[in-house]
Each structure stands twice: as structure tokens, then as C-alpha cells.
Design a protein around this ligand. Structure first.
Ligand code: HEM
Length: 493
């Protein structure tokens, strides 16, 4: 019997039994998750899942992307709409480093417990205590940039934003900065258990781990496939996942062995557990610190890079922002967060930049639970994955009117309009799984907002910036990352 004689009837039966066949999407995506896997591997999911098929698109056999404003509240809301209930999907299993962290836990109840603990490290009071650590790292960053102003040649701002956000996070998570700013490199030395010192590129570890997880999470059989594929993307990705966990474990141990008590993230994660440090707790601390390093470094650095690019390519906005900063910051000073946190124009420039660029551009997959239900006219069985694509929603004509224009003023038209637009700003996620470090509805609070406000204000206030890159190059791992931003800097004062 020829192979055709097997495949044709098999395909006919599959199509006949496929109750979701009327939902449009790339033809191959009906049959296999390979289409989505390929887009993720190429770093362009957010561009591939666009509106060309309409708002509801089948992007894998059991995964639907719904780019409709009403879907945001239903899929990510605190209380889900109608008969449908969702949990994070098995996609997040690929991000588990030994023990699930608050980010990679899929079960709602387990998540609520972890979230309660982690939230204590990000309370308003905690942020005030972090402020001096952040300020010290920003001062080191400024002295580095100051010294580079005097030299010829261009500076890759993304690189320096990455060093700064990494140093801030490692300072808060491990008790001391990794020293990337001081050494001007992301290759850091880490002491092994046998006393030897290993050199590791911490930023590359985070980058690779995030990208490989975003690909492998798409299908439960991708991790098996990856084991037999000769592509070094997979083997080096796997190594980086274990490398990052080892790296975090060593740094957690180093801090614990030092006996230091410090009001930082690690200190607060330990205090919130109200028990003695044991092996189980170490595993959890490692999982959370890996998450924090990944979730909080390149996200903030890429957002800052995009913001500088948008501000610099819109001279009127640049002038207005500079004037606002001048009112509260003395000429030579590095601002404090207290000085800049209430600046309204700074806040809406950030909101608009995060919307336009979409640091988290992809749709976060949720799993439809308990018997499924009707969703946008489709009867979805339990086990279906649904995601709402963030970039597409943040560029949806019906919400934004002129989505491709960078226009911070849209956030200032009225309090009602701002509230309405905030509902569709998905950069920090929404609902119970939203970013632990940001809340942007009306006021900006949280570590991510604090860092973004402070660093953007510092750079815009202090330096003349001449863009050398003529466009913003980016790619997508899990995070939508800028690739570089070449500039020439000189001091204003
Ligand atoms: C501009 C910077 C940032 C952006 C755009 C961002 C974005 C996000 C988004 C979209 C999510 C939800 C992901 C999902 O549902 O799959 C998330 C979750 C999370 N983020 Fe952020 N983030 C940023 C900075 C930070 C920082 C600085 C930290 C902490 C140091 C952090 C810690 C976390 C954690 C722990 C979660 C998991 C929350 C949970 O599942 O309950 N993020 N972030």
C-alpha cells in the first residue's frame, strides 16, 4: 500500500472529526504546533500572529489567539467571564528551574500561596527600603557614562542598561551587585562548590534560557524532539537553563553563608516564610531568584532602550519632557525617585512607550478548564489554550485610533480615557498573574516603574544624546528585546 493511501483517508477522518476546523489560521497550524514553534524559534511570534486572519486565529492544533478587546478581561481577569475558567497553560512548565516559581506555577491555588510570599518583597514599604541600593547603582552607571562622554566612539545604550538592571537586581536578590557596571562586561566570575572559579556570561544565560523555554513550552513533545535534534540552539539553551539555576544557587548560598541581614528581596523572601532555612526553602529561593533575574533585567533594559529611541525621534516630546525634568532636578544632580515619581509627562511618555514598543509582545497562554465553554461564538473543549496577543491589542485600531503614532498626550485627554486605555496596556500582564513589580493603572508603582522613571529621567536630564542607530532592531525570546541602540553622548552641564 502506498503512503498516499494511508495519509489521504487519515487526513479526511482528521478533518471530519476536527470540530474547530472553521477557525481560520495558517493551514499547517491546524495539524501541528511546528508552525508556532518555528515562529518562536525565529523570534517573531508577535508579528506572525496578526489580524490578517481576523480576531480569532488558530495558531496550533489546540491553541487559539484572540485579538479582541473584550477577550482581555475574560482570559486574564480576576473573575473569569461566564462559564469559562482558565489556569496558566503547560507552556510555563518549560520555565521551571527545578522547583516552580511564582511565574512558572500553573495551578491557581499554588500560585496564590507563592504570590502572597513574593508580594511581601515588593510592597510599597519594601520599595522604599530598596531605594538607596537602586540609587547607588544608578550613580555608578552615571559615572561610567560620564567617563565615556569624554571619549570618541559610539556607546551601545542597551548594553549599559542591561548592566545597570542586572546589577540592581543582583544587589537586591543576592546582597551585592554582580559588578557588570564596574567591569564593563556581563561575564562574571562565580565560585564553584569545589572552590574553583568559573566565568559565565550572565546576560547570555538569561537570553538563551528565555528563548529556548519560549520555544519548548509550545508543545509537550518539543522537549523530546529537542534532545535528538543536532541544532546547537537546543543544547546550548538547555545548558543555559541549568547554568542560570547553578548561578543563582551559588549566589543564594554565598549570601546565606555571609550571615548578612539586609532589607532586600532575598531577606524579605526568607522572612515571609517564617521558618528555618532548609533544603526545600533553598530550592524555592533559587527558583524565585532565577525568575527575578530573568523577569526583571532585560525587560527593563529593553523598555528603557525603546523609550530613549522614541523620545529622541520625537523632538517636541523630548523638549517637553526635558522641560518637566528641569523643574524638579538641579542641573548637575542625579534625580531621586521621590523627585520624579509624580511627574505626569514622564509617566505618560513611559506608558506610551511601553504600549507602542510592547516589551511583552506575545500572548500569555491560558488553559481552558473544566468542560470548556463558548468563547467568541466557538465551542472550545477543555484543554484548549487561549492567548490574547499583547502587541496586536496595543496596536488595535478600535482602541487607540492612531496606534502606530507615538503620542503620550493620548493618556492626558481625560481621566476616563486614561482608565479605558489602561485596560488594554498588557505590557505588565493583567489580573492575578500580572507582573509583581508594576501597577500602571493610575499611578506608577512597583520596582519596574521605579527603575524606569528614575533611569529615563536621569539619562534625558543629564546628557545630549545623538542617535546613531537609524531604527530600533528587536527580536523576541519570551520578552520582546531590543538588539542594540548606538548613540553618542555628551554632558549637558
Ligand atoms: C519593564 C519591565 C517589566 C515588564 C515589561 C514586565 C512584564 C511582566 C509580565 C507581562 C508578566 C506576566 C507574564 C505572564 O503572565 O506570563 C510579568 C510577571 C512577573 N514579573 Fe515582570 N516585568 C517587568 C519587570 C519586572 C521586575 C523588575 C521584576 C522583579 C524584579 C519582575 C518580576 C515579575 C514576576 C515575579 C512575575 C510573575 C508574577 C506572577 O506570575 O504572579 N518583573 N512581568
Amino acid at each position: 500500500m502506498s503512503i498516499v493511501a494511508i495519509i489521504v483517508p487519515l487526513a479526511a477522518v482528521t478533518i471530519y472529526c476536527d470540530t474547530l476546523r472553521q477557525i481560520p489560521g495558517p493551514f499547517i497550524a491546524r495539524w501541528t504546533p511546528l508552525w508556532l514553534g518555528y515562529q518562536a524559534w525565529m523570534g517573531r511570534c508577535y508579528l506572525a500572529i496578526d489580524m490578517k486572519y481576523g480576531p480569532v486565529v488558530r495558531i496550533a492544533p489546540t491553541h487559539f489567539s484572540v485579538a479582541h478587546p473584550d477577550a482581555v478581561g475574560i482570559v486574564y481577569g480576576h473573575s473569569h467571564g461566564g462559564e469559562l475558567t482558565f489556569d496558566k497553560s503547560q507552556f510555563y512548565d518549560a520555565f521551571v528551574a527545578g522547583t516552580p516559581s511564582v511565574f512558572s506555577t500553573t495551578n491557581r491555588k499554588d500560585h496564590a500561596y507563592k504570590r502572597r510570599i513574593v508580594s511581601q518583597a515588593f510592597s510599597y514599604r519594601a520599595l522604599e527600603q530598596f531605594s538607596p541600593f537602586i540609587q547607588t547603582n544608578v550613580a555608578t552607571f552615571v559615572s561610567k557614562l560620564d567617563s565615556m562622554c569624554e571619549k570618541e566612539g559610539s556607546i551601545d545604550l542597551l548594553k549599559w542598561f542591561n548592566y545597570l538592571t542586572f546589577d540592581i537586581l543582583s544587589d537586591l536578590a543576592f546582597g551585592e551587585p554582580l559588578g557588570m557596571l564596574a567591569t564593563g562586561t556581563s561575564v562574571v566570575s562565580a565560585q564553584q562548590t569545589d572552590g574553583t572559579v568559573k566565568k559565565e556570561d550572565a546576560i547570555a544565560l538569561v537570553d538563551k534560557r528565555e528563548h529556548i523555554s519560549a520555544v519548548l513550552g509550545i508543545s509537550p513533545w518539543f522537549p523530546w524532539l529537542a534532545r535528538i535534534l543536532p541544532d546547537p540552539f537546543y543544547s546550548s539553551g538547555r545548558e543555559s537553563a541549568t547554568g542560570l539555576a547553578d548561578f543563582a544557587r551559588r549566589n543564594v548560598w554565598k549570601r546565606l553563608n555571609s550571615g548578612a541581614h539586609r532589607e532586600d528581596i532575598l531577606g524579605k523572601l526568607i522572612a515571609a516564610r517564617e521558618s528555618e532555612v532548609d533544603t526545600e526553602m533553598i530550592k524555592e529561593l533559587v527558583a524565585e531568584t532565577v525568575t527575578l533575574l530573568s523577569a526583571g533585567s532585560d525587560t527593563t533594559a529593553s523598555s528603557l532602550t525603546a523609550l530613549i529611541y522614541f523620545v529622541k525621534t520625537h523632538p517636541q516630546i523630548h523638549r517637553k519632557l526635558t522641560a518637566e525634568l528641569k523643574q524638579v532636578i538641579d542641573q548637575e544632580d542625579i534625580p531621586t525617585h521621590t523627585q520624579v515619581k509624580k511627574l505626569e509627562y514622564l509617566r505618560v511618555v513611559i506608558n506610551e512607550g511601553l504600549r507602542h514598543y510592547a516589551t511583552m509582545a506575545t500572548g500569555f497562554p491560558e488553559l481552558c478548564l473544566r468542560g470548556g465553554g463558548t468563547f467568541f461564538g466557538q465551542n472550545l473543549p477543555a484543554g484548549t489554550e487561549i492567548s490574547v496577543p499583547a502587541f496586536t491589542i496595543q496596536h488595535h485600531d478600535s482602541i487607540w485610533g492612531d496606534p502606530d503614532v507615538f503620542r503620550p498626550e493620548r493618556w492626558l485627554e481625560s481621566p476616563e480615557k486614561r482608565k479605558y486605555l489602561s485596560r488594554y496596556l498588557l505590557t505588565f500582564g493583567k489580573g492575578p498573574r500580572a507582573c509583581v513589580s508594576a501597577h500602571t493603572n493610575h499611578i506608577m508603582i512597583g520596582l519596574a516603574c521605579m527603575e524606569t522613571q528614575l533611569i529615563l529621567a536621569t539619562v534625558i536630564h543629564r546628557y545630549n544624546i545623538e542617535l546613531e542607530s537609524d531604527h530600533l532592531d528587536s527580536t523576541e525570546g519570551f520578552v520582546h528585546k531590543t538588539k542594540h541602540l548606538l548613540v553618542k553622548l555628551s554632558r549637558k552641564f
